[in-house]
Write a protein that binds this ligand. Structure first.
Ligand code: F6R
Length: 264
């Protein structure tokens, strides 16, 4: 596990864009797992800037988003389809046929739909690089506390904390979705490489538990300790409760010296 501590949000976005751009340059047909949320907005802006400057080409990239609210049509302004379209896809050249986002309007046999999403990931060759944010409760994707660490893509009931976090985005009188379709923790752990971004003090406790706490279903992101190639990219506020910051800085220095490929 690599922990990169940056000064602020802007530096986190810049470094994340650099890592993703590097991965696409190394493998133009990269299979990229994507996330939504406030944390990702600045990163997508950076990637769009690199694309516009002609230094990044997404024409062979395939994407899989982590999750989508159940019951929201793609056109709903709070749907993750809409978020991705507005913040990223409409500005870059990922071919529409290569874009995969769970369908929140699916009805009926949810299990069959989720199995088909997993199948599409496998058919694309598996996810090379999975981008993650983290919830205040330690969720990754919408794998809320007590999610099985072996879980696959499925329907998930949202926790009270997540509902509270989300309610501000919905209009007065508009009910926010209570369920989502999300890749499972087991699905996420199969990605070849994982990059988790966290910024701001509201994430500090979840980040510290995920990196330095025990592996537990009470903090879904702690399952990332089981993965051989995870990078946590944090700003100072999100990393504030880590007790081993000095060690992480030294590991980073040695990584830059001995295995610089991991950072490019
Ligand atoms: C979104 C997702 C979530 C978010 C997390 C953090 O696709 O999977 O796990 O990454 O809730 O959201 P923000 O960045 O809004 O704090």
């Amino acid at each position: 596990m690599l922990v990169i501590l940056k000064r602020d949000n802007e530096e986190v976005n810049e470094q994340a864009a650099h890592l993703i751009a590097g991965a696409i340059k190394k493998k133009p047909s990269l299979v990229l797992g994507l996330a939504t949320g406030n944390t990702m907005v600045g990163l997508y802006k950076h990637l769009v800037r690199l694309y516009r400057a002609g230094s990044l080409d997404f024409s062979q990239v395939t994407t899989f988003n982590l999750d989508e609210y159940l019951g929201l049509p793609a056109s709903h302004p709070q749907s993750f389809h809409h978020f991705m379209q507005e913040n990223f896809f409409r500005h870059v050249n990922v071919p529409p046929r290569n874009i995969h986002i769970p369908d929140g309007s699916v009805r009926g046999d949810y299990d069959a739909y989720c199995v088909s999403y997993e199948h599409s990931i496998r058919f694309a060759g598996g996810i090379d690089l999975q981008l993650l944010g983290i919830g205040r409760n330690g969720h990754i994707g919408f794998n809320e506390p007590t999610s099985s660490l072996a879980s696959r893509t499925r329907l998930k009931v949202l926790s009270r904390e997540t509902l509270d976090d989300n309610s501000k985005f919905f209009g007065p009188g508009e009910e926010s979705p209570r369920c989502a379709i999300t890749m499972g923790i087991g699905t996420i752990l199969e990605a070849r490489k994982i990059l988790l971004l966290a910024t701001g003090d509201s994430k500090a406790a979840a980040v510290a538990k995920s990196i330095e706490g025990p592996i537990t279903c009470a903090v879904s992101a702690s399952a990332l300790q089981l993965h051989p190639d995870v990078t946590f990219l944090l700003d100072e506020l999100a990393g504030a409760q880590l007790t081993q910051r000095d060690y992480y800085h030294r590991v980073l220095e040695m990584t830059a010296l001995l295995t610089p490929n991991r950072l490019s």
